[in-house]
Ligand binder design. Structure first.
Ligand code: KIV
Length: 293
C-alpha cells in the first residue's frame, strides 16, 4: 500500500505532496541572533522576483529583502517615495513563491513603503499584515524617534520588525540628497539614541545606511539584542546588505561608493552572489578604505 501523501511545512507555506523537503535549516530570528553572538556575519541581499530570490538563497544568502528600492531598479522611479503598498505586496508574494518552489531557507523581509506606516500605529499594523500575509517573515520601516512606538506596537502583535537608520531613502527630500548621515557629534548622538530606543521597542534587526564606519562599529557592540546590518557603514556591523542590481554592476545612475561589483571575475549571477557571501563572511567586504566613510 502506498504511504499517505503528506504535505511538508516550509517557512513560506506548504510544499506540494510530491516535493522532497529541504534538508537545510530555515533561517529564523533566534538563528540570526545566535550567528551574531558567535561572530558570524549575516548576509542580506535585495530581490524583487522569484528567480533572483531563489538563486540568492541557493548562493547562501540568509536574508532576502524585498526593498522599496524596487521603485528605482524595477519601476524606474527617481526615489522610493512613489512605491505603493500594493506594489510591495506583489513583489513580496512573487519572491515568496520563488523561495517556496526552490525549497529555500532564507528569511524574507518586506519593506513598508512610504506613507503606509506614518499615520498611526494601526495603519502600520494594517500595512504590515498585507506584507506578512503575502509571505514576509518580517517588515522593515525607516526612521527613528516617532517609529519606536510603532515598532513596539507591531512586535507586541507578533510582527518581527527590522528598523532602518542613517540614510533613510524615503526621506531623501528632507535630507537634501543621498548623503552620509551621523557625521557631526550631534547627529551621531541622536542616531545612537534612536537605535537604542528601537532595540528597546523590540526591533530584531537594524539596517544602518551610509553612516561613518566608527559609529556603526560602536553601535554594533552596544546593541546586544539587535544585530546591525550595514550598507555603506563599514565592515564592523553584524551583517551586510546590498541592492542586488548594484552588486551585479547594474545601476541606471551613479554607482554608490560603498558598492562592489561582484560580477567581476564571476562566471554567472549565482557565483557573484556566492562571492558576496564569502567576502562578507570572511570580512573582506566591505573594505573600510574603499567602501566606507
Ligand atoms: O529598499 C532597499 O533596498 C533598502 C536597502 C538599501 C537596505 O532599504
Amino acid at each position: 500500500m502506498n504511504a499517505p501523501e503528506t504535505n511538508s511545512a516550509t517557512p513560506y507555506g506548504t510544499l506540494p505532496a510530491n516535493a522532497t523537503p529541504s534538508v537545510r535549516k530555515p533561517v529564523s530570528l533566534p538563528r540570526l541572533l545566535e550567528m551574531h553572538s558567535r561572530g558570524e556575519k549575516i548576509t542580506m541581499l535585495t530581490a524583487y522576483d522569484a528567480t533572483f530570490a531563489a538563486v540568492a538563497d541557493a548562493a547562501g544568502v540568509e536574508c532576502i529583502l524585498v526593498g522599496d528600492s524596487l521603485g528605482m531598479v524595477c519601476q524606474g522611479l527617481s526615489s522610493t517615495v512613489g512605491v505603493s503598498l500594493e506594489t510591495m505586496r506583489y513583489h513580496v508574494e512573487s519572491v515568496m513563491r520563488g523561495l517556496l518552489r526552490a525549497q529555500a531557507t532564507a528569511w524574507l523581509i518586506g519593506d513598508l513603503s512610504f506613507g503606509t506606516y506614518h499615520e498611526s500605529k494601526e495603519q502600520a499594523l494594517r500595512s504590515a499584515a498585507v506584507l506578512m500575509q503575502a509571505g514576509a517573515h518580517m517588515v522593515k520601516l525607516e526612521g527613528g524617534g516617532w517609529t519606536a512606538e510603532t515598532v513596539e506596537f507591531l512586535v507586541r502583535r507578533g510582527i518581527p520588525v527590522c528598523a532602518h537608520l542613517g540614510l533613510t531613502p524615503q526621506t531623501v527630500h528632507s535630507l537634501g540628497g543621498y548623503r552620509v548621515q551621523g557625521k557631526s557629534l550631534e547627529a551621531a548622538t541622536s542616531l545612537k539614541q534612536h537605535a537604542h530606543e528601537l532595540q528597546d521597542a523590540g526591533a530584531a534587526l537594524l539596517v544602518l545606511e551610509m553612516v561613518p564606519a566608527a559609529l556603526a562599529a560602536e553601535l554594533t557592540l552596544e546593541l546586544k539584542h539587535c544585530p546591525t546590518i550595514g550598507i555603506g557603514a563599514g565592515k564592523d556591523t553584524a551583517g551586510q546588505v546590498l541592492v542586488l542590481h548594484d552588486m551585479l554592476g547594474l545601476n541606471l545612475g551613479k554607482m554608490p561608493k560603498f558598492v562592489r561589483n561582484f560580477m567581476t571575475g564571476a562566471p554567472g549571477v549565482k557565483e557573484a552572489m556566492q562571492a558576496y557571501v564569502a567576502a562578507v563572511k570572511n570580512g573582506t567586504f566591505p573594505d573600510n578604505a574603499q567602501h566606507a566613510w
